[in-house]
Design a protein around this ligand. Structure first.
Ligand code: GLU
Length: 294
């Protein structure tokens, strides 16, 4: 049994990411679980730079006292596992461009996701031959209009129709939804605590976990950190990483204190440790609104 934190090594962790990592750690530890770390580096073109970022991310988690169990898993090393999983799924090639999907599909969901309208299921032989000659396909899983429901620890029941989503991108790389599910199953992760921007992906991912012969994890989506304008916190919002904050005199303990205050687990100025917060943590009392930074 394990919880996990799964950052993409695209930039240093900011206060919102660190807060999610802390909540995932508190939830895992307070429920007797391991806390695993996975580096989601499938999208990263510059591998060397990604390695540097990932090393800093690991240092930052350690500086906050969030200890990690087991080996760190790098998605870039898991190509064979993804290929095995795809081989066991009912998939079909899809030649559509983003633009074609946007033109054919119904309006995007609130999260910007456009359910696939099934165009490539219904191609004429001549159109298929033409596309095969000119484009490299992605692979989509055939979901046959299934629907799926998960129960999130904080958001409650979340249902969604599962579209034929991409499992292998047209550059041959495993798609995010596939890799996450394959890895969580392989890493014995049964508790997925992450930012609530991914809440709407969870019915799709739970469905895929079952398709792959596994049990979906429990979900716990943490409200995001936002800036003073209410937009998702980003690095350009000022001193938001551990390194930025250290430069203005706030050390890791001070940052942990800020995060603890934002979670109603400490008073401003109080000295805290991750282990000490664990004793105070009650998931039922987690603040349910976005955390406004700045
Ligand atoms: N790598 C994703 C991110 O950094 C998180 C994926 C997940 O937790 O399922 O947003």
């Amino acid at each position: 049994m394990a919880g996990r934190f799964a950052p993409s090594p695209t930039s240093d962790l900011h206060l919102g990411n660190l807060r999610t990592a802390l909540v995932a750690w508190l939830l895992a530890r307070s429920t007797g679980r391991d806390y695993r770390l996975r580096i989601e580096d499938l999208d990263t073109q510059r591998v060397a730079a990604a390695g540097d970022v990932a090393a800093r991310q690991q240092r930052d988690l350690a500086a906050l006292g969030l200890d990690v169990d087991g080996p760190v898993v790098w998605q870039s090393a898991r190509t064979a596992a993804y290929a095995d999983a795809v081989a066991g799924l009912d998939t079909y090639p899809c030649y559509c461009t983003r633009r074609e999907i946007a033109e054919a599909a119904s309006a995007p969901h609130g999260d910007g996701y456009r359910p696939y309208p099934g165009t490539c299921l219904r191609l004429s032989a001549s159109r298929r031959a033409q596309l095969e000659a000119t484009r490299t396909p992605a692979l989509r899983v055939r979901a046959n209009g299934a629907s799926s429901t998960v129960v999130d620890l904080w958001a409650g029941e979340v249902s969604g129709v599962v579209d034929d989503f991409v499992v292998v991108r047209n550059d041959g790389v495993a798609a995010y939804n596939l890799a996450v599910v394959v890895d969580d199953l392989a890493m014995d992760v049964d508790q997925v605590c992450r930012g609530d921007d991914l809440l709407s992906s969870s019915p799709r991912q739970a469905w895929l976990a079952r398709r792959l012969g596994g049990e979906p994890p429990g979900y716990a989506h943490v409200p995001l950190a936002v800036n003073a304008q209410g937009r998702r916190l980003a690095k350009r919002d000022g001193a938001v990483t551990l390194a930025d904050l250290a430069a203005v005199g706030v050390d890791a303990e001070g940052v942990l204190g800020l995060l603890a205050v934002s979670l109603d687990l400490a008073e401003p100025g109080e000295h805290v440790s991750a282990a000490g917060l664990r004793a105070r943590f009650d998931p039922a009392l987690l603040p349910r609104l976005p955390w406004v930074v700045g």
